[in-house]
Design a protein around this ligand. Structure first.
Ligand SMILES: [Zn+2]
Length: 425
């Protein structure tokens, strides 16, 4: 729903009144960036004990009402007055002209950093989710200028936030509300060791893509899955699957299996290899993970997932750099899968699959694995993922070969229990 409502292909709303004409001008694609924006919003606060989904449904309903085509009268003011949890409700949600310096960090990224907002593309009003709640935000007008770097803005922004009386309109109070715990009665002091307020020296750079992704996770993904994460903490994890995969960045277990939080217990290493149970390779995390998964988590299946173009298999043929002594030693675990042929694409492909079977055989040497398999409480699954086609070939023990998943009748060795992990929210 949220994705649909923010789809840039959605039709623009056309207005007939004065504010509507300003709105339509603001949506023209000529504006490359903005030094300030005339914004109004309807804020739906989400308290920590509130049902987020109920708030979502309410906000979406209001958004739908606002974006219904051919509205004879602008409903925004009226709805803001009756519904918004922001003090600006008294002004019909009008926040006045917002500059990057006066914009709360919660909305700064949405208003001044997202290219579709800056270029005027996309549908307005739109729903913006922050960790404090939901905002239906509408840009009525923009003043164009070049885009400013976050570092150039952070100091004045923080100064303004520390002095809410300098902010325009109801955003003053909302800003204080959003920042409440940080500002401590409106003032933040840099020498307060408990203050969470960012200082110029430790303010992260907006160009840090990973930091952006962390924030995106917290503000966008997490709220929709919050209950599930909290249940997993309260009730503990009970994954039914141990996934042993290669460290290769192109293997993404969650994508392959459609799994969500709490469903996969994952151990990854170079080559998706299983060390022998006799401990001859010393201390090893993979062994510990297998023991923990089988004995403590009591998983019902173990997947060993190899893949095409595996660097571990190639290195096993060609040799590791002399300095990589641990890697050389580790790749000994592939030795029995190697073929006495000239290295070539076909040999690599076959070796990748042979290695999966070899690791499954080693798994059966683990007493707890063998015991559970023989008791029909645990099944083994050998997979070979072909990156370039997206096809996973599964090992069919009765045929002694790998079968494309599109043709296979099961995903591993029997006996089977239905895959009954909770569906992803
Ligand atoms: Zn690999």
């Amino acid at each position: 729903m949220l994705a649909t409502m923010t789809d840039s292909k959605a039709p623009a709303v056309l207005h007939a009144d004065r504010s509507g004409r300003k709105h339509d001008m603001a949506q023209q694609t000529g504006a490359r960036s903005a030094s300030s924006m005339h914004v109004r919003h309807i804020y739906f606060a989400v308290q920590s004990d509130a049902d987020f989904h109920k708030v979502c449904i309410k906000a979406e309903g209001v958004l739908l009402a606002l974006t219904r085509p051919k509205q004879p009268v602008d409903q925004f003011e009226k709805l803001a007055q009756s519904l918004s949890d922001c003090p600006s409700a008294a002004n019909g949600g009008d926040l006045g002209w917002i500059t990057p310096e006066s914009c709360p960090p919660e909305l700064y990224n949405e208003l001044f950093c997202q290219s579709d907002w800056l270029s005027g593309k996309g549908i307005h009003p739109r729903l913006v989710r922050t960790q404090h709640g939901l905002h239906i935000v509408e840009v009525l007008a923009r003043k164009k200028t070049r885009k400013q770097a976050f570092n150039a803005l952070k100091t004045p922004m923080l100064e303004t936030l520390a002095n809410p009386t300098s902010l325009p309109s109801g955003f003053v109070q909302l800003s204080s509300k959003l920042q409440g715990e940080h500002l401590d009665s409106g003032k933040a002091t840099e020498d307060d060791p408990t203050s969470n307020t960012m200082t110029p020296s430790d303010t992260p750079d907006a160009n840090d893509g990973l930091l952006d992704r962390l924030r995106h996770f917290q503000s966008d993904y997490f709220p929709a899955h919050q209950q599930r994460f909290q249940d997993l903490v309260a009730k503990g994890q009970h994954p039914k699957t141990l996934f042993i995969g290669c460290s290769d960045s192109r293997v993404v277990p969650y994508l392959l299996t459609g799994a969500g939080p709490g469903e996969l217990f994952i151990v990854r290493n170079v080559g998706a290899l299983v060390p022998p149970y006799d401990g001859s390779h010393g201390l090893h995390g993979t062994m510990a993970a297998i023991e923990f998964a089988v004995l403590s988590l009591k998983v019902e299946r173990i997947i060993v997932c190899g893949h095409s173009h595996c660097g571990a298999i190639r290195t096993a043929y060609h040799g590791a750099p002399p300095e990589a002594r641990a890697l050389q030693n580790w790749l000994e675990l592939t030795k029995e899968a190697l073929l006495p042929v000239q290295p070539c694409a076909e040999a690599f492909h076959r070796t990748e699959q042979r290695s999966v079977v070899l690791q499954m055989e080693r798994l059966m040497d683990y007493p707890m694995v063998r015991r559970e398999v023989e008791a029909r409480k645990l099944t083994l699954h050998g997979w070979h993922y072909v990156i370039e086609t997206g096809q996973v070939h599964v090992f069919d023990v009765s045929r002694g070969d790998f079968i494309p998943c599109t043709e296979a009748t099961s995903s591993g060795t029997g006996p089977y229990t239905p895959y009954s992990d909770p569906p992803q929210l």
